[in-house]
Design a protein around this ligand. Structure first.
Ligand code: ZN
Length: 363
């Protein structure tokens, strides 16, 4: 069960809200309870407005990512902020640069817009400062604090440390000079320093949110580094180096019962179906098991096979396999030499390679 609710779908991107965020809205309303019903409404609306700005920030990343050819799976909002889940990685450093900078830019634009609106309506900046200094459930305080929050969002995210957007901007700038791995390491090291700083600050202020943010920075930074290391490994391994010795091949006349029997005999996660020596499709273990529940044993396995299979040459590297599988949303890719199937590369082989690379790095 997913603990998030879908709330909007701009540009075909699913925007989801983690259920714990509803607690944050309630808590924020509660903090303003001394102002009565008006206060409760104000507290709730301020938090909703803040997270709308965070969603727009993530949408900024997402729209630019789509423009440079990446798919965006979803945007998730949770109590510590938001994430846009991109499928695949930016192809070029400048793609990463524009995707990363787009988020904070959105907040700069919002802050500027709010500034303009409040100056237009209140004639001078002093009124704005006064509205900020005096917490009251008024439109002026709402606008002033939302403007400040957007300024903070832009500034904090532009810190040149992973996993902040500024860290990505820095990596994109350093990548052509140092290479992707060293650039990632630099941004991740700065990220760790930032985390330590946040941790000290949080402890000093006695602020739990700042400490949690520090923990988030540590974990997200480590994940980013691991991903980069994995990609470097995948780039160095040819698909033929990891192919299972022989692919498990089913005949086009094979039934579901035959396929289930093949599953029992082989640990393979994907099976090929060949017709006259040519690849006709693939089925995963899961495909066979799902079909076996709803179809009869005598139905043909080829009817539930996937026919769109990414094709690799024997000289391709695993990173290419990962890219093609992601792009086609396929569970595997077929390695062919002159039309003859050499084997299937599945998520299993990629995952195993990740384990091997983690060992190599740790050992
Ligand atoms: Zn961002």
């Amino acid at each position: 069960m997913r603990l998030s609710l879908s709330v909007a779908r701009p540009f075909g991107i699913d925007v989801r809200v983690h259920v714990t965020l509803l607690g944050v809205v309630a808590l924020s309303a509660w903090r303003w309870r001394s102002f009565g019903d008006e206060g409760l409404l104000f507290g709730a609306l301020s938090t909703v407005a803040l997270f709308t700005c965070i969603a727009l920030h993530e949408l900024g990343h997402s729209v630019v990512a789509q423009a440079v050819g990446l798919r965006v799976r979803e945007i998730l909002l949770f109590p510590l902020g938001g994430v846009a889940q991109l499928e695949g990685l930016p192809k070029k450093p400048w793609h990463e640069f524009v995707i990363a900078i787009a988020g904070p830019l959105v907040n700069v634009v919002i802050a500027a817009g709010l500034w303009w609106a409040s100056v237009e309506t209140s004639a001078d900046g002093r009124a704005l400062r006064a509205a900020l200094a005096e917490p009251s459930p008024t439109a002026a305080h709402f606008v002033a604090s939302l403007m400040l929050a957007n300024g903070f969002l832009a500034a904090f995210n532009l810190l040149p440390a992973f996993p902040m957007d500024g860290g990505r901007v820095l990596r994109a700038a350093l990548s052509p000079l140092l290479g992707a791995e060293a650039a990632t390491r630099t941004a991740a090291t700065l990220g760790r320093l930032l985390a330590v700083g946040l941790m000290v600050l949080g402890a000093w202020l006695g602020d739990v949110v700042t400490v949690l943010l520090a923990v988030f920075v540590v974990f997200a930074g480590r994940e980013e580094e691991a991903l980069q290391r994995w990609l470097t490994v995948l780039r160095g391994v040819r698909v033929t180096d990891v192919l299972p010795t022989r692919p498990v091949v089913l005949a086009p006349t094979a039934t579901l019962a035959d396929a289930v029997a093949a599953l029992a005999r082989s640990p393979a996660s994907v099976f090929a179906i060949e017709r006259l020596g040519r690849l006709a499709g693939v089925v995963t273990r899961q495909d066979v098991l799902t079909a076996a529940k709803v179809r009869s044993d005598s139905s043909l396995v080829v009817d539930v096979a996937r026919t769109e299979v990414p094709i690799l040459a024997p000289t391709d590297v695993l990173e290419r396999a990962r890219e093609l599988m992601h792009a086609a949303d396929a569970p595997c890719a077929a390695v062919l030499r002159e039309g003859i199937l050499l084997g299937l590369v599945s998520e299993d082989e990629l995952a195993q390679q990740a384990v091997v690379s983690a060992r190599l790095v740790r050992g």
